[in-house]
Structure formats: C-alpha cells, structure tokens
Design a binder for this molecule. Structure first.
Ligand SMILES: [Mg+2]
Length: 219
C-alpha cells in the first residue's frame, strides 16, 4: 500500500488547466466524487500516481490536516484501492464538471497497474495463526511457525504483506487492534489489516483457498 502524502502546489501547469485553485464546495466524508488532477502533469512527477488517476471516481475518507489559510485537502480512495491526499478543487460532483475533457493520454490501465505496489495477502486464522474455533475477537491462536517464517522472509525480501482476514468484517476498531497486538507479540511489524480484496494483491495464502488455473477453470 502506498503511503498517502500531501501534494504541494508545484507551480505552473505546462499543459494548461487549473493550478490547485481553492474553492469551497462542501465536500462530504464518505461520499463519492470525481477526481480531476490539477497540478504538475508529467510521468516523472512525484505526483504521477495522481495524474494517472485523473478523471476517476473516488470516495472521501477523511479531511487531511492543513495549515489555516491553505486549501483544504482530503484523503480519498480510488477504485483500485490507491489512497492519497487531494485538493478540494480536484473533487467534482460529476464528470460534467471536468475542466479538461481529456484525461491524461497514453497512460492506460497497464501503466497504473505497474505503478501499484503489488502485495501478498495472508489469511490469519488457520493460515498464520492456529484456528481452534471462534472464541471472540480477542482470542487469536498461536502462530503457525512455517507461515510466520514465510511472512518474515517475504518482508525481509521487501514484499508488501497484507493481513487479509474476515475477522475485520465487523468494522470494530478493537478487532484490528487485537490483530495488530498479535502481530507485535510475534515480532511482526504493523502490517495492513483488511478484509477487502484489491487488484494490488498478487498472491493469496489462505487455508480455504483452492488454486484455480487462470481462464481455464481447472482446479
Ligand atoms: Mg482461514
């Protein structure tokens, strides 16, 4: 998962368009908007991840902290799972409001996919931790040593590991906290914990999974 960071106003836009202008339009948390990138347009820009995602729908996660007098910034989530901070003026209610009718050229899905960090999704119960039946969110089994070793090796190799567990479907903050503590207790870093399947997950380790041959339906 990419770390969201705040983009700065970077100066003149070489291809026209608006430069991070400021407009108050009452952005609502949890609502869906259309994102139009309004800053430095270049594949080599540190903000290319945003530029490539121009003209795409987003959901507003929260308002980011900004200094008084600065444009408002919101942390948003794109459909491909990417989260980042965007300026308020880049959030539009409908595609009709795009200032530039043409999205970034020659970037396409393949480039966006390549930009996404791939991750390995690892199930918790029965995969990373021993499963001896549900006893509540505060009870997590002892580690399954080979899987724990595998996760540590993946992390050492620089892989991005995500804990992919249905436990967090309850939406309770404390459920995630119990898992985070379990990870800490077993010398793992603070990994992302989710029950959401995303395109950046390239592999799944799961005791319930059945490997299916791609496009063949062979099991
Ligand atoms: Mg399991």
């Amino acid at each position: 998962m990419q770390s969201p960071f705040k983009r700065k106003i970077v100066g003149a836009n070489p291809t026209g368009g608006t430069i991070c202008s400021y407009r108050v339009n009452g952005i609502k948390i949890g609502e869906r908007y259309w994102f139009e990138y309004h800053c430095n347009e270049s594949p080599s820009s540190a903000h290319a991840q945003w530029w490539y995602r121009s003209h795409r729908p987003v959901v507003i996660l929260r308002q980011a902290e900004t200094d008084p007098g600065e444009p408002l910034v919101f942390t948003v989530k794109f459909e491909d799972g990417f989260e980042g901070d965007v300026f308020e003026d880049e959030l539009l209610k409908s595609p009709d409001e795009f200032e530039r009718p043409d999205p970034p050229k020659a970037v396409g899905e393949a480039v966006v996919e390549a930009l996404l960090d791939e991750s390995v999704a690892v199930d918790l119960d029965g995969t990373l931790a021993k499963d001896s039946g549900w006893k509540g969110p505060e009870h997590i089994g002892e580690p399954v040593k080979p899987t724990l070793d595998l996760v540590k090796k993946l992390l050492d190799d620089g892989e991005d590991v995500v804990i992919f567990t249905a436990r967090v479907h309850d939406g309770e903050k404390s459920t995630k906290e119990h898992i985070a503590q379990w990870l800490k207790d077993h010398d793992l870093p603070a990994l992302e914990i989710t029950n959401e399947k995303r395109p950046d997950m390239e592999k799944f380790y799961d005791d319930k999974a059945i490997a299916v041959e791609k496009n063949k339906g062979k099991f």
